[in-house]
Design a protein around this ligand. Sequence first.
Ligand code: UT7
Length: 326
Amino acid sequence: MNNSRVLMTAVGSYLPANIVSNEDLSSFVDTDDVWIRRRTGIAQRHIVAEDETTADLAQHAAKKALTNAGLSGGDIDLIVVATTTPDNTFPSTATKLQHAIGAKRAIAFDVQAVCAGFVYALDIAEAMIQSGRGRRALVVGAESFSKLLDWEDRSTCVLFGDGAGAVVLELAENYNDWGILSSVLHSDGAFRDILYVDGGPSSNSLVGHVRMEGKEVFRHAVEKLAAVMDEALAAAQMDATQIDWLVPHQANIRIIDAMQKKMGMASDRVVRTVEQHANTSAASIPLALAVAVDDGRIKNGDVVAMEAIGGGLVWGAALVRFGKPY
Ligand code: UT7
């Protein structure tokens, strides 16, 4: 039997300095603070500066995670960056990050699963570590999602923000109930038309803007996230009472509250950052995780449940006992 476990030993995050409030948005698009707060829970979002890129955000978050783990770039064997907003079509944001942190021997590549990108990247990194491709990985969610927004479309432009979060994964032997306890992913391209960006390199047009049928996505989110969380719990042979913290994708406070109720969790066991960060796509889970670790809520050894859904549709959930037993 395989006694190896992939631990999540540290987290780091970064938000661009520029904050845009709901009031700020209402000065140029037909919206208002009351609508945005009531329908989404969002009060503000961080937006990248003109000369700031996704790789910059990723670099800040990754460096913090490495410092918190007591490691440097040279210790890392694998870098997986989840992003939908890479600096360029190629090279990958991960290779830029690799160079910036001096992770010379690492394998580095990007994963594109939009808002579910972090749970996808986590699953891939765990599988690669378990298959012997290295002992230590950086898994990063980083987005400059503001670059994909149509600032005249009030139904989407108020929802998103920019930022990055990173975690360090490390292989350990003989700690069976630590680290990544289970991970479940799903995809269904039949729903590709309810959330997408128009345009792109092979569509004979420049990258366009986010288009979304909000109500449809909302419906799928509540249904699919609840189901995939049940699967992740079953795979770990656990029940919801054993979860210390729910760290969900931060798209809409109403989706987060619905998940909390479906899982029967106490409200104060759910990490909510959507009010300050808005929806930062692949960055939202590691950003929220970093907030709750930094403020002392999530402690070494706590069981954390994560779930996310994004355009594709793609969705997934993971259960992790955070930190390290040694
Ligand atoms: O991260 C990927 C996953 N994404 C999600 O999970 C997003 C899921 N969807 C949602 O969060 C919600 O569907 C939205 C927040 C996007 C929209 O909320 P809703 O309650 O579904 O509103 P709606 O789209 O049905 O719009 C209701 C009304 C409409 O007006 P009428 O037609 O009723 O007169 C919209 O035009 O609200 C109007 N509206 C706005 N009003 C003020 C839409 N956007 C705005 C706005 N400000 N920004």
